[in-house]
Design a protein around this ligand. Sequence first.
Ligand code: DHB
Length: 320
Amino acid sequence: MSKISLAVDLAGFHLRNPTMNAAGVLGMSPPLLKRVYDAGAGAVVTKSIGPVPRTGHPNPTLVQLSGGALNAMGLPNPGVDYFVDEIAKLKELGVPTVASFFGGSVQEFAEVAYKLTKAGADALELNASCPNVAEELGMLAADAGSVEKVTAAVKDETRLPVFVKLSPNVTNVKTVAKAAEWGGADAITAVNTLLGMAIDVNFRRPVLTNVTGGLSGPAVKPVALRCVWEVSQAVEIPVIGCGGVTTWEDAVEYLLAGASAVEIGTAVMTRGVEVYGEVVRGLERYMTKNGFSRVEEVVGLAHEAGRHTESRVDKCNIRV
Ligand code: DHB
């Protein structure tokens, strides 16, 4: 029997298995992210880092809902210059690190990418899709032309693999994914949170200070899975699935839809960091039981089934 390997390669970024935390969950403190890695994740992703310190939105910034969580933090972060030392600590701890980052202009994105590269990050995730700062910074992922331009500017400043994280809050996610690919993206992360809101019936006001926020957790999984399905058909580069992964079955669904890896975020709130090891062990069992020896053999398989359905229709001589 051949030995199973869970390792994946995302444009030269090697992961021991196809799981990471989603940006934002557990912040950016090296000891916390090390716990994610020790619990079994293949690599870690930092909270998004910007050009200068930001305090973010006032509380309340998070509301727990039956199907997940709604948050509007407003991209609080200590700024890239502070973060240089934190990356060095993650490196010392031996944790493969994807630095998530954002900017308010093409130049800011490029400048932050340059600094994170110099600081020693292993890969970059370009957050084109924060739903909570639209009025102030705009939501980059709403405009394919801007996504291409920013991605190209970032690629000019770094030799690292760049994953562009897209938003589900668009009419056509494939067009935006293509634009990122044309700009030189090495992978697409699909997707960020879904724009939503909650109202307190007693106060008769929106719960979040920001009024709207990003929905994450099990409720968004079908939407995010559909985005992965569509994006993986539209681009040649790898896709990283993100949205509501809680169990190993969720992760396998994403692989079958065309993702080469998955990010797990909100599930940490309900299952703790142990969720990474649980998903990885479940995936390994699934591969053993079904005779797969490498993760990439699973990637996109559900699309093949689609083609078989077409041929069955042909065989049945159905005329349309
Ligand atoms: C925030 C950023 C995000 O990218 C997201 O999906 C949700 C919240 C934030 O910091 O507000």
